[in-house]
Design a binder for this molecule. Structure first.
Ligand code: NAP
Length: 332
């Protein structure tokens, strides 16, 4: 497993991280706790040491399950925990709140749910226009000074928002969407991060399963599964993404002797100072992580990938549907 330091924080971690959004169940049609715990432990056995979670994933559930999974066998000391701050919720609906008061409240709740005394990487989940950026950044630096967190990150921030935050706090990481089908950060966030020595935690590494190679046009997503609203999973566009995934799967197998998820994750790692967040909720889903290390996709391979994307996907769409609403007037 390749390793990398997160920014200048001194926190070193595996370049593949386990994403636990689906483990929270919410927006993924539910989750099974025993399977979730087995998945976290299987990832650690396969060399993954970074676990990415958030309070909003199942409104506390994912963090609790991570805490429970790490509580035995000295596992907490073998991993780095990344969690987030800055979303609140009411009646099962999240909204943004990165006020210092909310940050103070959330850090204590996260430490308790995760059963730990320190969070290795603490990330502002979404920018909050209702709070001065400097107040949020100051509050994060205070937590680091107090020893409650080791590294600071921001997620879903524009380049201008990253610059405003970095003017006040020492930023170690950014967490944008990034995968073979969602490449918007190549225009700005990725090159700027590289120049600034900031690590990029790429979320949605498998594009919500499209790049895992198992989804077909007949796959049914049940309950509150977000893929029922995801524009990539609808109509003609869904067929195009599935065709592209099928062609990429062939390329992965024939040219590199790898599976599609291994190709998708390897590609992210070969794009810059990146860590790929691989979402999984069953142990077998993380099996292919062993295929990721020890090889690279050369320029010719990258060009073949780009040609496939161009051939099949007529109107690429970004994952903007995920953005939570701004703060409610009543809660300001
Ligand atoms: P992802 O990694 O793109 O896809 C994960 C899903 O793909 C799994 O839940 C599973 O879905 C399917 N899958 C994974 N491996 C598979 C395999 N080997 N075979 C078949 N199916 C497989 O999605 P993600 O969870 O959205 O993103 C990864 C992580 O990034 C999240 O968990 C979270 O930690 C982070 N994230 C952060 C933000 C943010 O705003 N900061 C937003 C999104 C995600 P099924 O179980 O349904 O088959």
């Amino acid at each position: 497993m390749e390793k990398m330091m997160i920014g200048a924080s001194g926190v070193t971690t595996s370049r593949v991280g386990l994403g636990t959004w689906a483990i929270g169940g919410w927006m993924w049609g539910g989750a099974d706790e025993a399977q979730s715990i087995a998945t976290i432990r299987a990832a650690i056995e396969r060399g993954v040491t970074l676990i990415d979670t958030a309070p909003v994933y199942g409104f506390g559930v994912a963090e609790e399950v991570v805490g429970k999974a790490l509580a035995e066998g000295g596992l907490r000391d073998k991993v780095q925990i990344a969690t987030k701050v800055g979303l609140s919720w009411q009646d099962g609906k999240p909204f943004r709140d990165s006020s210092p008061a909310r940050i103070r409240q959330e850090i204590e709740a996260s430490l308790r749910r995760l059963r730990t005394e320190v969070i290795d990487l603490y990330q502002v989940h979404w920018p909050d226009a209702g709070t001065a950026m400097s107040a949020t950044a100051d509050a994060m630096e205070e937590l680091r000074h107090e020893g409650k967190i080791r590294a600071i990150g921001v997620s879903n921030f524009s380049p201008a928002q990253i610059a405003a935050f970095s003017a006040v706090a020492d930023l170690d990481a950014v967490q944008p969407p990034y995968n073979l089908f969602e490449r918007e950060i190549e225009a700005d966030v990725l090159p700027r991060a590289e120049t600034a020595g900031v690590t990029v935690l790429a979320y949605g590494a498998l594009c919500r399963g499209l790049l895992a190679g198992r989804i077909t046009a007949r796959t049914v997503f049940t309950g509150d599964d977000l893929r029922n609203q995801d524009p990539k999973f609808q109509g003609e566009r869904f067929r195009q993404y599935l065709s592209a995934a099928e062609a990429l799967k062939g390329l992965a197998r024939e040219r590199f002797g790898k599976s599609l998820p291994a190709l998708a994750v390897r590609w992210i790692l070969d794009q810059g100072p990146t860590i790929a967040l691989w979402g999984a909720r069953r142990p077998a889903q993380i099996d292919a992580v062993g295929e990721v290390a020890g090889w690279r996709i050369d320029d010719a391979g990258k060009a073949e990938i780009d040609a496939i994307l161009k051939r099949f996907i007529e109107a690429p769409v970004s994952p903007e549907f995920m953005a939570p609403p701004v703060r409610r007037a009543a809660s300001r």
